[in-house]
Design a protein around this ligand. Structure first.
Ligand SMILES: [Mn+2]
Length: 420
């Protein structure tokens, strides 16, 4: 699958015997997704622990599948599929170390929607589904040790009990708030934040975003890429739970776009964190950590587009889970290849491609590969194998995946001929 990330299993196997073996493996009751993913998670952890600053991004994605499949649940309206909640370890420089945790499940209860109308009294999701957040925090804490990493989560994780859970276990985090939380002293957080002085400014390039679908539509309007000037302030706040008497003393970093252009939804992030916010450097560190959360969205794209996971024709939930855990490390390789090529273009190509593959690439590239190529040169040369032209800018997932597939095929042929 590493050799042909987006190929179907019939395409990826060399003969019927091999295809049969893939199906027997993925459909075997004695094969578990956890066991398949464990070596990768272990290696990811080791890669991460070589660095002093490790961020662990937690986020959920949903996979939908067409046709009749056994054991899937409902997704949105009539779609069938399952949810997967990943923990991805990354560095402060956003290099991805790999997957370090996975929880998954299906929704089998009644839908809260009938047609386009919401049914009163029917809950959003299975009650246990929310537990994926604290459970995955505990899973990763077991791997890394308490307080060793900083957990990053989006607005969906603004749940008082989850924040409390992490504080009690000595975990560090940056979580984006969705609610205007109540303070112990009375009043609300937003009022406190509005009085805070700007501690730091930062200009960032906001990437383009397609309009979200379904329920996400209201939260994520589409946007063009633009340069935004962010004003950042911070306070220490005593947050009060609305349902219990719990109190949490945490720092909140407020990020506001200074002068948003007309027609653009301005950036407003409220980030609650255990990390220090005393100096300008401190608050910028929190903001940059949160910005690294984006890497997991790219990882999901690598899985869905690069590895064509939702196109897999397996007929049971169990087999699809096994396939997911075969493909997750493949998606990580694609992510690393593209990420290093894009953001650290000057890193030596040997960091992203083993010498044998590099030799093959130099031999078959459509344009000459420079002496001591950089990661960026490699990315363009690999995409070039799939017909990508440099003037079209950075290659997308599909082109890069296909180019990589051609490279590995050529390497296999070369090895068979004893040429390299
Ligand atoms: Mn999310």
């Amino acid at each position: 699958m590493h050799a042909r990330p987006d190929a179907s299993f019939p395409e990826a196997s060399r003969d019927d015997g091999e295809l049969e073996a893939i199906y027997r493996f993925l459909n075997n009751d004695h094969v578990s997704p956890e066991a398949i993913l464990e070596p990768h998670m272990n290696a990811s952890c080791t890669r991460a622990l070589a660095h002093s600053d490790v961020l662990v991004i937690h986020d959920t994605t949903q996979f939908t599948f067409e046709g009749e499949r056994e054991g899937l649940g409902r997704i949105h309206r009539n779609d069938r599929g399952f949810w997967a909640h990943f923990a991805l370890a990354v560095g402060l420089d956003r290099q991805a170390f790999g997957v370090v945790g996975l929880r998954y499940g299906t929704r089998t209860g009644p839908s809260k929607w009938k047609g386009s109308k919401r049914i009163k009294g029917v809950g959003d999701d299975e009650p246990s589904e929310n537990l994926r957040w604290p459970n995955l925090v505990d899973d990763t804490a077991t791997r890394f040790g308490a307080g060793r990493v900083v957990h990053l989560m989006d607005r969906e994780a603004d749940w008082f009990e989850l924040l409390k859970h992490m504080v009690e276990r000595g975990e560090r985090f940056v979580v984006r708030l969705a609610h205007n939380r109540a303070l112990v002293e009375g009043g609300r957080l937003d009022a406190l934040l509005s009085k805070a002085e700007t501690k730091a400014k930062r200009e960032v390039e906001l990437s383009a975003r397609a309009e979200g679908q379904g329920a996400k539509k209201t939260r994520h309007a589409s946007r063009k890429s633009r340069l935004a000037e962010l004003h950042i302030s911070a306070v220490s706040a005593n947050l009060r739970s609305s349902s219990s008497n719990s109190v949490l003393q945490l720092n909140v970093v407020n990020v506001v776009e200074a002068s948003p252009s007309a027609g653009c939804e301005p950036v407003v992030w409220k980030l609650v964190t255990t990390e220090p916010v005393d100096s300008a450097e401190d608050v910028l560190r929190v903001v940059d950590a949160y910005r690294a959360r984006w890497v997991i969205e790219e990882f999901f794209k690598a899985l869905k587009t690069g590895c064509a996971f939702e196109k897999r024709q397996l007929t049971t939930y169990a087999a699809l889970l096994n396939a997911l855990c075969v493909l997750a490390p493949v998606a990580w390789s694609l992510l690393r290849l593209r990420d290093i090529g894009r953001r650290q273009p000057d890193v030596l190509g040997s960091a992203v491609l083993e010498p044998r593959l590099l030799a093959v690439l130099i031999a078959i590239a459509r344009r000459p590969v420079p002496q001591s190529p950089t990661a960026r040169d490699i990315m363009y040369a690999v995409a070039g194998l799939a017909g990508h032209l440099p003037r079209n800018g950075d290659p997308g997932w599909i082109t890069l995946g296909r180019g990589y597939e051609r490279l590995l095929e050529a390497a296999r042929t070369a090895a068979l001929l004893g040429a390299m």
